[in-house]
Write a protein that binds this ligand. Structure first.
Ligand SMILES: NC(=O)c1ccc[n+]([C@@H]2O[C@H](COP(=O)([O-])OP(=O)(O)OC[C@H]3O[C@@H](n4cnc5c(N)ncnc54)[C@H](OP(=O)(O)O)[C@@H]3O)[C@@H](O)[C@H]2O)c1
Length: 390
């Protein structure tokens, strides 16, 4: 192979995808693979973090074999930086916050086409400009848009739409390769095999490193994984919503060697303990006002659960948000939560949860205390719930 130290990142990663992690770029470079290069970059960045600084210093591997993807043990959910989580700081402040996350070891940033229809992707692209040597952005396809407006009753995972979204995401984010490209919701009119095949082609073309799906059932995961190995499932999972433990999704991930990325790991902020029945959500930029679980009566009832987290955390010197995140981190070694925040203080608090270890007895105690309290209100409205695979 021609020695070319200026090889583009896409070319580099494309070959990594085609040949797996054993790709050699040049014998003289001691067989440094793209995956190893990224991992070394992550490790180097981690080593540079000053002692005592709130940071994520450990990595986790999502997926296995050729689909293995090593990232920071906690990612950053970028949606709420400017979409669906009410008020947010100025763009400069948000960009500075993303830079703080990079400096503190976060290497997995999560966004989607649908978060403000390109608006969130563009912000993340601006923020990560110059940092994408060792950090990765995941995005999502599959919602149907006509002239920039979402058609909420339909999904679109046709190969043409997947490719269109991919090109837009790469452009908006200013990267040559997406870390993970997820199907946002299942499209009943496009078999998952077709989706998997299309994502497999995008991997070969070097446009995405890995792929995954959101809110799918175990059967879909198995069918998809046969066509193109899946790196991660991204579904809602936290102390107030543990369906993936009972519907075989987590078991399928474990059996097939697929990673799991819990979204809304703080239950959209609720488990952080700062939301109460008087909290008003911005009806123009926050979906929580439409969700049954965020109606005042439900919030009032569910505050008992936050109180359990408060009590559990008080004797250990940690906050309810840290209890919630550390519970996920301690649950399985292939789990990488992606909490979102607009505040440095919360970012620091959340990242410190990566260093908290619970014993099996503590996990049991916490789970028993939480499950003793019934959760009031469903997480989604009827239309959104109908898009979740049971
Ligand atoms: N695949 C999907 O279908 C899907 C669906 C939803 C979300 N997601 C992904 O998951 C990410 C996170 O989800 P999310 O934003 O819905 O929920 P989340 O991470 O559970 O909660 C975010 C909310 O929690 C608050 N918060 C963060 N840290 C806190 C702390 N330490 N103490 C108190 N409050 C705290 C934030 O407010 P402050 O800004 O005040 O900190 C923010 O409003 C999103 O960014 C998105 O990437 C994916």
């Amino acid at each position: 192979m021609k020695k070319n130290m200026d090889m583009s990142r896409r070319g580099f990663l494309k070959m990594a995808a085609m040949t797996g992690t054993a790709m050699c770029i040049e014998p003289a470079l001691n067989k440094v693979t793209a995956a190893e290069k990224a991992l070394n970059g992550q490790r180097q960045a981690t080593n540079n973090i000053p002692a005592g600084m709130a940071a994520v210093r450990t990595q986790r591997t999502l997926g296995s074999g050729k689909a293995a993807f090593t990232v920071s043990a906690m990612g950053y959910g970028c949606m709420g930086l400017n979409h669906n989580r009410s008020q947010h700081p100025s763009e400069d402040k948000e960009i500075a916050l993303v830079h703080e996350a990079v400096e503190r070891g976060v290497t997995l940033f999560d966004t989607a086409e649908s978060y403000g229809y390109h608006v969130n992707e563009k912000l993340v692209g601006k923020a990560l400009k110059g940092h994408t040597g060792h950090v990765f952005v995941s995005s999502k396809f599959g919602h149907k848009f006509v002239n920039g407006v979402q058609v909420k009753t339909e999904e679109d995972s046709t190969p043409a739409n997947i490719r269109r979204v991919c090109e837009n995401s790469l452009h908006n984010l200013g990267v040559e390769t997406l870390g993970i490209f997820y199907q946002h919701r299942i499209d009943p009119n496009t078999p998952i095999e077709v989706v998997a095949e299309t994502c497999g082609e995008l991997i070969k073309e070097g446009k995405i490193l890995h792929w995954g799906m959101c809110e799918v059932n175990a059967d879909t995961i198995r069918r998809a994984h046969k066509i193109c190995p899946v790196t991660a499932i991204q579904s809602e999972y936290h102390l107030m919503h543990r369906t993936v433990e009972t519907n075989s999704v987590l078991a399928a991930c474990e059996e097939l060697g697929i990673g799991f990325v819990p979204y809304s790991p703080l239950n959209r902020g609720f488990l952080g303990g700062l939301i109460n029945e008087y909290t008003r959500f911005d009806t123009t930029n926050d979906n929580r006002h439409t969700l049954p679980r965020f109606q005042p009566e439900a919030i009032r009832a569910n505050t008992r659960i936050v109180e359990v987290l408060n009590a559990f955390g008080r004797t250990r010197g940690i906050t309810p948000a840290q209890v919630a995140l550390a519970w996920l981190i301690n649950k399985r070694p292939y789990i990488v939560p992606i909490p979102g925040t607009t505040k440095l203080s919360h970012l620091e608090e959340n990242l410190r949860a990566c260093d908290i270890t619970f014993t099996a007895e503590e996990m049991d105690e916490l789970e028993k205390a939480v499950t003793a309290i019934p959760v009031v209100g469903s997480r989604y409205d009827k239309l959104q719930e109908s898009k979740i695979q049971k």
